[in-house]
Design a protein around this ligand. Structure first.
Ligand SMILES: [Zn+2]
Length: 88
């Protein structure tokens, strides 16, 4: 099993550009558990989300993990962050 297999559990939707996650709610990677959105942001943007920050979702696909569909904002930002597992 390749190093990145566990984080390649998404399919790319050509219409929306969304990366639709179908893996577990959390994934084990390099010695800790991650939310897929946080892990993909960290690996692809090559920077940590950071303490007190969250990734606000910019698209309408609940399970999307595309880092380009997120923006990093302070946790106390007025708009509620997307929570994993919620449905609209
Ligand atoms: Zn998306």
């Amino acid at each position: 099993m390749g190093k990145y297999d566990r984080i390649k559990r998404y399919t790319k939707d050509p219409e929306s550009g969304c990366w639709v996650w179908y893996g577990a709610e959390k994934v084990w990677y390099e010695g800790r558990m991650w939310y897929p959105t946080t892990l993909l942001w960290t690996l692809i943007k090559k920077e940590p989300v950071g303490p007190g920050m969250i990734l606000r979702q910019l698209c309408a696909t609940p399970s999307c993990v595309n880092p380009d569909h997120r923006e990093r904002v302070p946790k106390d930002s007025p708009i509620q962050p997307y929570r994993w597992g919620s449905r609209r």
